[in-house]
Design a binder for this molecule. Structure first.
Ligand code: NAD
Ligand code: UDP
Length: 421
């Protein structure tokens, strides 16, 4: 329940605020809405084209927070109501991200009337909306660039013009490849953290050539970060930029053929979950040698809450949010997920649990990869005292328990269905 005695990190009571959250119906947005409703007195103006992942917070009307959350079904690409919502906010949270499955829905919305509900009083803005699945970056570069740069422009502009604080979601992908990846394989400097740990205020952004269209996302995200930063420097915009490092947990993406298109390619957690649920080998792209650090969504949401409620410490900052202790290669992730899934589902491990595929076969032309992503935690530690808590094993155990409970039956039925001839 909301507590009236909430104080910030400096002991000052926190005033209730209205937050305009753009992309609130997605993975991160849904967890953030849940936390804001359960533990704070803040109001949320939830903007998205979808609300499936927050339906449990919107219905029924008897929920204790029913008067604190409003859903606005708006495509921010072209909807004049966006500025009105931002004007009503104390904080704007921009969590925009657009996967190909969402693009098709938005295209159909462009031809139909959009539904919106009424909203009221003062608000802040969080923008979470964007396209963010690697399978889209190289195959739908135009949608990727439009969604992550062009569509985010009005959000930044309205915040700046109306003096609204903005928390903008960027990505760890804007670091691109590590400096170490360009050194010879046996070079001793490859082991030196200065050559691979990613620091907000020191690391360069290293992308591949233009024909490697994978980098269209990183490049668009980098430019919008630079714009937000410049609005801060030249026009006094109060902003915080968040760089998520592979946040994972329940409700991430979709399971192809169940709650997303059969041919869709979600991010790795959902790809591997789908394989495990179907009893198929997990596909290791180019041998699964790339390394990632995974952080549990619930830990990461704690960091965002600290940013929301501590503006004096968060404004003007760019924060890495990840778990440097949870580093694995994609191959190790596949092995761990296989073991954890067998434990939580009671299903035996199949004889050949993984299979190698080329990136061209899996993602198509123009794919490239980040080799390694370890976040430096100095800034977030100093400003907000935040540290992630959950180990990779534990976060996979709770996430795969959710995946099994949510999807195993639907998959069984889909597999049992006779194929139409
Ligand atoms: P998500 O796809 O689950 O959620 C994004 C939401 O934005 C979706 O519900 C989508 O419908 C909405 N959206 C997109 N375009 C829109 C538009 N034009 N109008 C209205 N709504 C729109 O993605 P997520 O994982 O929750 O990511 C949120 C943000 O965090 C994105 O900016 C993404 O780039 C960033 N990010 C996330 C991760 C991660 O680990 N999950 C990693 C790096 C960056
Ligand atoms: N990957 C894989 N098999 C899959 C899906 C992804 O080997 O079925 C790899 C992908 O090539 C990348 C890593 O897993 O190296 C993480 O991919 P994800 O889609 O989660 O996004 P990224 O971390 O690259 O932004």
């Amino acid at each position: 329940m909301a507590s009236p005695a909430r104080v910030d990190l400096d002991g000052t009571p926190i005033k209730a605020m209205t937050i305009c959250m753009i992309g609130a119906g997605g993975f991160i947005g849904s967890h953030l809405c849940e936390k804001l409703m359960a533990e704070t007195p803040h109001k949320v103006l939830a903007v998205d084209v979808y609300n499936d992942k927050i339906k449990h917070l919107l219905e029924p009307n008897t929920l204790p927070w029913a008067d604190r959350i409003q859903f606005h079904r708006i495509n921010i690409k072209h909807d004049s109501r966006l500025e009105g919502l931002i004007k009503m906010a104390d904080l704007v949270l921009s969590v925009l991200f657009m996967q190909s499955v969402a693009i098709s829905v938005m295209r159909s919305m462009e031809r139909s009337d959009l539904i919106a509900v009424d909203c009221s009083k003062r608000t802040d803005t969080i923008n979470l909306a964007a396209i963010c699945t690697p399978a889209d970056y190289n195959t739908r570069p135009l949608d990727t660039i439009y969604s992550n740069f062009i569509d985010a422009l009005p959000v930044v502009k309205y915040c700046s013009e109306n003096n609204k604080r903005l928390i903008h979601f960027s990505t760890c992908e804007i670091y691109g490849k590590t400096i170490a990846s360009f050194l010879p394989k046996d070079h001793p400097l490859r082991q030196d953290p200065d050559f691979y740990v990613l620091k907000e205020d020191a690391s360069p952004c290293i992308f591949g050539p233009i024909e490697k269209q994978r980098w269209s996302y990183a490049c668009a995200k980098q430019l919008i970060e630079r714009l937000v930063y410049a609005e801060g420097a030249e026009n006094g915009l109060e902003f915080t930029i968040v760089r998520p490092f592979n946040w994972i947990g329940p409700r991430m993406d979709f399971i192809p053929g169940v709650d997303g298109p059969s041919e869709g390619v979600p991010r790795v957690l959902a790809c591997f979950s789908n394989n495990l649920l179907r009893g198929e080998p997990l596909k290791l792209v180019d041998g699964g040698i790339s390394q990632r650090t995974f952080v549990y969504i619930k830990d990461a949401i704690e960091a965002v809450m600290l940013m929301i409620e501590n503006p004096a410490r968060a404004n003007g900052q760019i924060f890495n949010v990840g778990n440097p202790n949870n580093e694995v290669t994609v191959k190790q992730l596949a092995e761990m997920m296989t073991e954890v899934y067998s434990k939580v589902s009671g299903e035996p491990i199949i004889e050949v649990p993984t299979v190698d595929v080329s990136s061209k076969e899996f993602y198509g032309e123009g794919y490239d990869d980040s080799d390694k992503r370890i976040p430096d935690m100095t800034i977030i530690n100093k400003q907000l005292g935040w540290n992630p808590k959950t180990s990779l094993w534990d976060l996979l155990e709770s996430t795969l328990t959710y995946q099994h409970r949510t999807y195993a039956e639907a998959i069984k039925q889909a597999i049992a269905k006779p194929v139409a001839s």
